[in-house]
Write a protein of this length. Sequence first.
Length: 428
Amino acid sequence: MLDIQLLRNDLEGTAQRLKGRGFELDVARFQELEQERKGVQMRTQELQAKRNQSSKQIGIAKSKGEDVAAIMAEVANLGDELKAAEEKLAYIQSHLNDLLMTIPNLPHESVPLGKSEEDNVEVRRVGTPRTFDFAVKDHVDLGESLKQLDFETAVKISGARFSVMKGQLARLHRALAQFMLDTHTAEHGYTEVYVPYLVNAESMRGTGQLPKFEADLFSVQKNENEKLYLIPTAEVPVTNIVRDAIIAAEDLPLKFVSHTPCFRSEAGSYGRDTRGMIRQHQFDKVELVQIVAPEQSYAALETLLGHAETILKKLELPYRVMALCSGDMGFSAAKTYDIEVWLPAQNTYREISSCSNFEAFQARRMQARYRNEKNKPELAHTLNGSGLAVGRTLVAILENYQNADGSVAIPAALRPYMGGMENITLED
RNA sequence: GGAGAGAUGGCCGAGUGGUCGAAGGCGCUCCCCUGCUAAGGGAGUAUACGGGCUUAAACCUGUAUCGAGGGUUCGAAUCCCUCUCUCUCCGCCA
């Protein structure tokens, strides 16, 4: 959520900046609502002040045993107008709030301007894609011929965009998550957290998934009038740890890492990546979350990005870092880097991590604050990044480490998690 | 699932219809005292939003907020209704 003051003070300028990320702010509607709000709010408060004063006088008079009939009569006809004014104010404010909740974050000044993926800027490339002296298979062919990846059974159990893994491959999947968690806790100073996978609507609003993106979420009915949502990323429960909290300055930065499944209905993406594990309704991810003081958030974004990159370096997977352009960033982000891993079978780099600074956008929705030097509560900045998406990392390992005979070498960093095993081989 | 108790500021805790945004304590900030430390004395110390003033802050002023929402009333932390959560006991369960 943007600071409403920003819209009041510089509506045109803000609208212009939002245009840069492809969002058309309804300036006229905001102005209209805001003007109406001002008038109604002033009138409401005026009436409330009058009522409060009269009521106070009634109290004083009664305690002195005086007659209060005159004051009572005076205040009596305030009631209807006050009630109407209060209702109208609530109505206007809820509309203003609805409008505010659907406005995306402003891009940071360092974000390249652009309309789509095409305009993202490559920041660096690390590692060299391996050259193969045989025809590469994609992860689906590899996994299926190893008899450890089974989409047909997944379809039977659940439907499209799910997968079943077995044997060594299932273990490798588990090993990856363990390896990532261990690296971030032992080497990068993150605190591991275990969090709910079902969250309430308030949490989804806090990080920005609601109200705008309900269609992308799975939900379950908790009771007649309450829904719970399956988390699309650990970002939601982990960031909401600090919702409605005031954190002591000395406790910042907070650094959490969490391994969770993620559930996405991905409505609107039908037809994209229908084959394989790239785009699934359910996948595992290790997520990094930081809560920091505002002046530190951009430095924190760089280090968080580095933490995610460390995993790829240790796994010796070639990747590149992209700075997303204004038009390609997510709703809540002020700045985002994507890490893309090399996939030989697709002969291209594919997203495996997304690291963002949200500045105060989520914190404002969540009322997540800390005490600054003046001991005043101030909105914190929130960041997160995948460190990494486990399923896609598995895909990258299969494809990059494949051998001519269809077996797959296990990266050295993972072997301790695989009982010393060096290759994934055919299993029955 | 059954029975009971509860939810008040950063924390503890008083407050059952009126000058209550809320006693008292702890904590914190500033000042005084003290050779240092400890102890002591004094003052201050919620948040959000509106309006005024302002480059901004500070400040002044108003409104709202005592788990959430609704109701009664001129007036609600206090009374009524609904909901949520927490705790205790019982049952069940991994």
